[in-house]
Design a protein. Sequence first.
Length: 228
Amino acid sequence: MLRLGRYGCHVWGMRLSRLGAWCGVVGPVLFTVAWVASSLRQTGHPATEVQLSGLAADDAKDPAIMMAGFVALGACSIGFGIELRRVLLPKAAGAWLVIVAGAAAVAAGVFRRDHVLLVGPGFTGESWHNQVHDVASGVAYGAMLVAPLVLARRFRSDPDWAVVSRPVQVLALGSAVALVIFASRVVEPWNGVVQRVAVTLALSTEVLTAARLLTRPAPLRVRHGGPI
Protein backbone atom coordinates (compact mmCIF):
# COMPACT_ATOMS: atom_id res chain seq x y z
CA MET A 1 0.00 0.00 0.00
CA LEU A 2 2.86 2.32 0.88
CA ARG A 3 4.59 1.55 -2.41
CA LEU A 4 1.38 2.29 -4.32
CA GLY A 5 1.13 5.61 -2.49
CA ARG A 6 4.69 6.50 -3.38
CA TYR A 7 4.09 5.48 -6.98
CA GLY A 8 0.98 7.67 -7.13
CA CYS A 9 2.91 10.64 -5.74
CA HIS A 10 5.68 10.04 -8.27
CA VAL A 11 3.21 9.92 -11.19
CA TRP A 12 1.49 13.06 -9.95
CA GLY A 13 4.84 14.77 -9.61
CA MET A 14 5.78 13.80 -13.16
CA ARG A 15 2.52 15.22 -14.49
CA LEU A 16 3.09 18.50 -12.67
CA SER A 17 6.62 18.59 -14.04
CA ARG A 18 5.43 18.20 -17.63
CA LEU A 19 2.70 20.77 -17.04
CA GLY A 20 5.33 23.25 -15.88
CA ALA A 21 7.44 22.52 -18.95
CA TRP A 22 4.47 22.92 -21.30
CA CYS A 23 3.79 26.33 -19.73
CA GLY A 24 6.98 27.50 -21.43
CA VAL A 25 5.36 26.77 -24.80
CA VAL A 26 1.74 27.68 -24.13
CA GLY A 27 2.43 31.13 -22.62
CA PRO A 28 4.41 32.55 -25.57
CA VAL A 29 1.94 31.04 -28.06
CA LEU A 30 -1.09 32.58 -26.31
CA PHE A 31 0.65 35.94 -26.06
CA THR A 32 1.51 35.92 -29.76
CA VAL A 33 -2.04 34.96 -30.72
CA ALA A 34 -3.33 37.78 -28.49
CA TRP A 35 -1.20 40.52 -30.06
CA VAL A 36 -1.90 39.31 -33.60
CA ALA A 37 -5.67 39.24 -32.98
CA SER A 38 -5.63 42.55 -31.12
CA SER A 39 -3.51 44.23 -33.82
CA LEU A 40 -5.97 43.15 -36.50
CA ARG A 41 -8.91 44.53 -34.53
CA GLN A 42 -7.47 48.02 -34.00
CA THR A 43 -9.13 50.58 -36.22
CA GLY A 44 -7.61 53.89 -37.20
CA HIS A 45 -4.06 52.88 -36.31
CA PRO A 46 -1.75 50.64 -38.36
CA ALA A 47 0.03 47.88 -36.46
CA THR A 48 3.36 49.48 -37.35
CA GLU A 49 2.75 52.41 -34.98
CA VAL A 50 0.89 50.71 -32.12
CA GLN A 51 3.10 49.13 -29.46
CA LEU A 52 2.06 45.95 -27.68
CA SER A 53 1.22 47.82 -24.48
CA GLY A 54 -0.98 50.17 -26.47
CA LEU A 55 -3.15 47.24 -27.52
CA ALA A 56 -4.23 46.89 -23.87
CA ALA A 57 -4.65 50.62 -23.22
CA ASP A 58 -7.79 52.20 -21.84
CA ASP A 59 -8.81 53.59 -25.23
CA ALA A 60 -7.82 50.53 -27.29
CA LYS A 61 -10.40 48.43 -29.12
CA ASP A 62 -11.04 45.21 -27.18
CA PRO A 63 -8.15 45.75 -24.72
CA ALA A 64 -9.21 42.62 -22.83
CA ILE A 65 -7.60 40.47 -25.54
CA MET A 66 -4.15 41.90 -24.92
CA MET A 67 -4.63 42.06 -21.16
CA ALA A 68 -5.43 38.35 -21.21
CA GLY A 69 -2.33 37.78 -23.33
CA PHE A 70 -0.09 39.54 -20.81
CA VAL A 71 -1.60 37.67 -17.86
CA ALA A 72 -1.47 34.28 -19.62
CA LEU A 73 2.16 34.81 -20.60
CA GLY A 74 3.08 35.89 -17.11
CA ALA A 75 1.29 33.07 -15.32
CA CYS A 76 2.74 30.46 -17.68
CA SER A 77 6.24 31.91 -17.36
CA ILE A 78 6.00 31.71 -13.59
CA GLY A 79 4.95 28.06 -13.78
CA PHE A 80 7.69 27.30 -16.29
CA GLY A 81 10.29 29.13 -14.23
CA ILE A 82 9.36 27.14 -11.12
CA GLU A 83 9.82 23.86 -12.98
CA LEU A 84 13.05 25.06 -14.58
CA ARG A 85 14.34 26.09 -11.15
CA ARG A 86 13.64 22.61 -9.80
CA VAL A 87 15.57 21.00 -12.66
CA LEU A 88 18.53 23.38 -12.65
CA LEU A 89 19.19 23.62 -8.91
CA PRO A 90 21.55 24.69 -7.44
CA LYS A 91 22.51 27.00 -10.36
CA ALA A 92 19.05 28.39 -11.05
CA ALA A 93 19.57 32.16 -11.41
CA GLY A 94 18.21 32.05 -14.97
CA ALA A 95 15.06 30.29 -13.79
CA TRP A 96 14.50 32.96 -11.15
CA LEU A 97 14.75 35.62 -13.86
CA VAL A 98 12.07 33.78 -15.87
CA ILE A 99 9.82 33.92 -12.81
CA VAL A 100 10.52 37.65 -12.36
CA ALA A 101 9.72 38.29 -16.03
CA GLY A 102 6.45 36.39 -15.63
CA ALA A 103 5.38 38.36 -12.57
CA ALA A 104 6.24 41.63 -14.34
CA ALA A 105 4.22 40.58 -17.41
CA VAL A 106 1.16 39.96 -15.23
CA ALA A 107 1.58 43.41 -13.67
CA ALA A 108 1.98 45.01 -17.11
CA GLY A 109 -1.32 43.46 -18.18
CA VAL A 110 -3.26 44.37 -15.06
CA PHE A 111 -1.96 47.94 -14.77
CA ARG A 112 -2.66 49.28 -18.25
CA ARG A 113 -1.36 52.20 -20.23
CA ASP A 114 -3.64 55.21 -20.67
CA HIS A 115 -3.57 55.52 -24.46
CA VAL A 116 -3.01 53.40 -27.54
CA LEU A 117 -0.33 55.82 -28.74
CA LEU A 118 2.36 57.39 -26.58
CA VAL A 119 1.61 60.93 -27.72
CA GLY A 120 -1.42 62.69 -29.11
CA PRO A 121 -3.85 65.60 -28.73
CA GLY A 122 -5.43 66.00 -25.33
CA PHE A 123 -2.77 64.04 -23.43
CA THR A 124 -2.28 65.61 -20.01
CA GLY A 125 -0.31 63.38 -17.67
CA GLU A 126 0.20 59.72 -16.96
CA SER A 127 -2.11 58.01 -14.49
CA TRP A 128 -0.67 56.04 -11.60
CA HIS A 129 -1.47 52.74 -13.29
CA ASN A 130 0.27 53.91 -16.46
CA GLN A 131 3.37 54.61 -14.38
CA VAL A 132 3.16 51.16 -12.76
CA HIS A 133 2.82 49.67 -16.23
CA ASP A 134 5.97 51.44 -17.42
CA VAL A 135 7.99 50.11 -14.49
CA ALA A 136 6.59 46.58 -14.89
CA SER A 137 7.31 46.63 -18.63
CA GLY A 138 10.90 47.72 -18.00
CA VAL A 139 11.41 44.90 -15.51
CA ALA A 140 9.83 42.38 -17.89
CA TYR A 141 12.02 43.47 -20.81
CA GLY A 142 15.16 43.37 -18.70
CA ALA A 143 14.44 39.94 -17.22
CA MET A 144 13.40 38.52 -20.61
CA LEU A 145 16.73 39.57 -22.08
CA VAL A 146 19.04 38.60 -19.22
CA ALA A 147 17.36 35.27 -18.39
CA PRO A 148 18.23 33.47 -21.66
CA LEU A 149 21.80 34.80 -21.58
CA VAL A 150 22.26 33.46 -18.04
CA LEU A 151 20.61 30.18 -19.01
CA ALA A 152 22.75 29.81 -22.15
CA ARG A 153 25.88 30.12 -20.03
CA ARG A 154 24.53 27.55 -17.57
CA PHE A 155 23.58 25.17 -20.40
CA ARG A 156 27.06 25.13 -21.95
CA SER A 157 28.46 23.08 -19.08
CA ASP A 158 25.60 20.56 -18.98
CA PRO A 159 25.56 17.74 -21.59
CA ASP A 160 21.76 17.51 -21.35
CA TRP A 161 21.36 21.19 -22.24
CA ALA A 162 24.39 22.06 -24.38
CA VAL A 163 22.46 21.50 -27.62
CA VAL A 164 20.24 24.56 -26.96
CA SER A 165 22.91 26.79 -25.43
CA ARG A 166 24.02 28.50 -28.64
CA PRO A 167 20.53 28.92 -30.20
CA VAL A 168 19.22 30.44 -26.96
CA GLN A 169 22.15 32.83 -26.84
CA VAL A 170 21.78 33.88 -30.49
CA LEU A 171 18.04 34.51 -30.12
CA ALA A 172 18.60 36.54 -26.95
CA LEU A 173 21.28 38.69 -28.60
CA GLY A 174 19.02 39.22 -31.62
CA SER A 175 16.26 40.35 -29.28
CA ALA A 176 18.65 42.76 -27.54
CA VAL A 177 19.68 44.31 -30.86
CA ALA A 178 16.04 44.72 -31.90
CA LEU A 179 15.20 46.38 -28.56
CA VAL A 180 18.07 48.84 -28.98
CA ILE A 181 16.72 49.76 -32.41
CA PHE A 182 13.22 50.02 -30.93
CA ALA A 183 14.39 52.32 -28.13
CA SER A 184 16.34 54.53 -30.53
CA ARG A 185 13.25 55.07 -32.75
CA VAL A 186 15.45 55.21 -35.84
CA VAL A 187 13.01 53.12 -37.87
CA GLU A 188 9.83 55.08 -37.19
CA PRO A 189 7.04 54.58 -38.15
CA TRP A 190 7.93 50.85 -38.08
CA ASN A 191 8.77 50.80 -34.38
CA GLY A 192 5.79 48.59 -33.55
CA VAL A 193 7.07 45.92 -35.90
CA VAL A 194 10.57 46.07 -34.41
CA GLN A 195 9.11 45.66 -30.93
CA ARG A 196 7.13 42.61 -32.00
CA VAL A 197 10.28 41.08 -33.50
CA ALA A 198 12.25 41.76 -30.31
CA VAL A 199 9.60 40.21 -28.06
CA THR A 200 9.08 37.22 -30.35
CA LEU A 201 12.82 36.45 -30.36
CA ALA A 202 12.91 36.66 -26.56
CA LEU A 203 9.88 34.40 -26.19
CA SER A 204 11.41 31.95 -28.67
CA THR A 205 14.20 31.32 -26.16
CA GLU A 206 11.56 30.27 -23.63
CA VAL A 207 9.88 27.96 -26.12
CA LEU A 208 13.22 26.40 -27.10
CA THR A 209 14.19 25.85 -23.47
CA ALA A 210 10.79 24.34 -22.71
CA ALA A 211 11.06 22.03 -25.72
CA ARG A 212 14.40 20.76 -24.45
CA LEU A 213 12.94 20.30 -20.98
CA LEU A 214 10.19 18.16 -22.49
CA THR A 215 12.46 16.04 -24.68
CA ARG A 216 15.63 15.60 -22.63
CA PRO A 217 16.32 12.10 -21.26
CA ALA A 218 14.75 11.51 -17.86
CA PRO A 219 17.38 11.10 -15.12
CA LEU A 220 17.64 7.65 -13.56
CA ARG A 221 16.48 7.31 -10.00
CA VAL A 222 18.83 5.25 -7.86
CA ARG A 223 17.85 3.16 -4.91
CA HIS A 224 19.78 0.47 -3.02
CA GLY A 225 22.64 0.70 -5.50
CA GLY A 226 20.60 0.19 -8.68
CA PRO A 227 18.33 2.15 -11.02
CA ILE A 228 14.58 1.87 -10.59
